[in-house]
Design a binder for this molecule. Structure first.
Ligand SMILES: Nc1ncnc2c1ncn2[C@@H]1O[C@H](COP(=O)(O)OP(=O)(O)OP(=O)(O)O)[C@@H](O)[C@H]1O
Ligand SMILES: [Mg+2]
Length: 395
């Protein structure tokens, strides 16, 4: 069956998901590590090229040749201020190419190589294609890929080029906001009849590096995007940066070491604070951070509580609130029945407000109350991937 080979790709700045419609349902395909999420990571070494989980696993020991965060570089010029600010926080080397295009410099097979973000993305896509083919035991050519709603034509074109290099035929690019809304709507049996008053749902998708919110009106078999708003430079990584800085300061006084001057130590710290951040989402008590042999042979220890994190990140949460306000205004303040936060941990579809708590306790309580409470009920996790495939298969 031709439709069997259509896959949906959720290409994130941090990780990707691949899914397929099969046996009347939508299934996320696990990779060779039995994980549903494949890190958006490509690495080079003297002997080989590593993709996804394998690349991510060796990041700390091969920082200069482990490429990540490239979704945000697609379709842009090296001189773009947005690119300059991204480059600052990436540990690998860049070299501008002909006509000012971005070049990522790596050592591969003991030679210097320069790749474009589109080529790197294509390498990752070959991995996703492989994952799908292994999982489905069939050849895969056709796909649907989700993109941020704010992606420009140049960024969309770059993504299409990447897919083409990887041998994938893109049936369509779908806005991530639409994909999220479809996930909610497709399985709902109890939506209002087509001519009745719609059910309005407000979606919040806070990713690794960007925030997208949308207001959607649902009726049976019908979905109307009322408004969308985004902060393309606000995500989980900003919280990680703040937490890393918090511990850098603490370790300076406590152990007389400056982790900012040691890229490897700093990367390890970021990995650890990210874990801590996730724990904090579900836990408001004091949590420990321990890293052995961190710098200068010193083991380090610290601790933090959600309350402190929320104070430190108040300005970020304020931006979440502002983005939500913009979307509310654009949707003319229709009353919402539901507020939903898309959850990364897509296996935990049941009520998991972990990320919700991190974001929403930081919001102005009055704002949330005024805007959403009353009839609004909070929904749990919604994955973004499945509808992407669904739509592809319906074609
Ligand atoms: N339980 C949790 N609590 C807090 N943050 C979490 C939790 N689980 C995941 N995150 C954070 O969510 C972010 C990843 O989200 P997601 O997978 O949606 O991003 P992405 O789609 O790869 O990136 P983007 O949408 O920016 O392209 C990371 O910063 C991660 O640390
Ligand atoms: Mg995302």
């Amino acid at each position: 069956m031709a439709s069997m080979s259509v896959i949906g790709i959720d290409f994130g700045n941090e990780s990707c998901y691949v899914a397929v419609a099969r046996a009347g349902g939508i299934e996320t395909i696990a990779n060779d590590y039995s994980l549903r999420a494949t890190p958006s990571c490509v690495a080079f070494s003297g002997k080989n090229r590593l993709l996804g989980v394998a690349a991510h696993n060796q990041m700390v020991t091969n920082m200069k040749n482990t490429i990540h965060g490239f979704k945000r570089l697609l379709g842009r010029m090296h001189s773009d201020p947005h690119v300059s600010s991204e480059i600052k926080s990436l540990p690998f080397n860049f070299t501008p190419q002909n006509h000012g295009q971005i070049g990522i410099k790596v050592n591969y097979m003991d030679e210097d190589h320069v790749f474009s973000p589109e080529q790197i993305t294509a390498m990752l896509f070959t991995k996703l294609k492989d994952t799908a083919e292994q999982g489905l035991k069939t050849t895969v050519n056709d796909c649907v890929i989700s993109v941020p709603s704010y992606f420009t034509n140049a960024e969309r074109k770059a993504l299409l080029d990447s897919a083409q290099i990887a041998g994938l035929n893109v049936l369509r690019l779908m806005n991530e906001t639409t994909a999220t809304a479809l996930t909610y709507g497709i399985y709902k049996q109890d939506l209002p009849e087509p001519d009745d008053k719609p059910r309005n749902v407000f979606f919040v998708d806070c990713g690794h590096s960007s925030l997208q919110v949308s207001a959607v009106a649902f009726n049976k078999g019908k979905l109307k995007m009322l408004a969308t708003a985004a902060d393309s430079n606000l995500g989980g990584r900003d919280i990680d940066t703040i937490l890393a800085e918090y511990f850098c300061k603490e370790f300076e006084t406590k152990y007389k070491i400056n982790a900012r001057t040691n890229p490897k130590a700093y990367l390890r710290l970021r990995t650890e604070v990210e874990k801590l951040k996730k724990q904090m989402s579900a836990n408001s008590t004091k949590l420990p951070l321990n890293i052995e042999c961190f710098m200068d042979d010193k083991d380090v220890h610290g601790e933090i509580k959600r309350e402190i994190m929320e104070e430190l990140c108040a300005h970020l949460f304020h931006r979440v609130e502002q983005t939500m306000r913009r979307c509310l205004e654009d949707s003319s303040y229709v009353p919402y029945s539901y507020v939903s936060v898309r959850e990364t941990v897509r296996d935990e579809f049941t009520v998991n407000f972990s990320r919700f708590s991190a974001i929403f306790t930081g919001l102005d309580a009055k704002f949330v109350a005024r805007s959403f409470v009353g009839s609004a009920r909070l929904l749990g996790a919604i994955g973004g991937i499945e509808p992407v495939v669904w739509k592809a298969c319906l074609r």
